[in-house]
Design a protein around this ligand. Structure first.
Ligand SMILES: [Ca+2]
Length: 99
């Protein structure tokens, strides 16, 4: 039985591959694939972004080796960044006694 954290890691890998292999390619999300992933899997975050070019900006930020694709390592940095932001909100809510 995998632990909670192991399950979370597996989910990250599965979600990445679900979108990254859609157009026959295995590694790396194209801009369109990243958009699809964010629309389906990060819809709340995407809705909070008022800028319609948000995905393009995120793509540019993530693609640290500038090959026009977001590989798993680059994708994980997005998840880590968002997780850190969420954890800060969580801490705030804990302080205010909401949870
Ligand atoms: Ca890249």
């Amino acid at each position: 039985m995998p632990s909670e954290l192991e399950t979370a890691m597996e989910s990250l890998i599965k979600v990445f591959h679900r979108y990254a292999t859609k157009e026959g390619k295995t590694y790396g999300l194209s801009r369109g694939q990243l958009r699809q992933l964010m629309e389906n899997e990060l819809s709340n975050f995407l809705k909070s972004q008022k800028d319609p070019a948000a995905v393009d900006k995120i793509m540019k930020d993530l693609d640290s080796n500038c090959d026009g694709q977001v590989d798993f390592e680059e994708f994980v940095s997005l998840v880590v960044g968002l997780s850190i932001a969420c954890e800060q909100c969580y801490q705030q809510e804990m302080k205010m006694g909401k949870k």
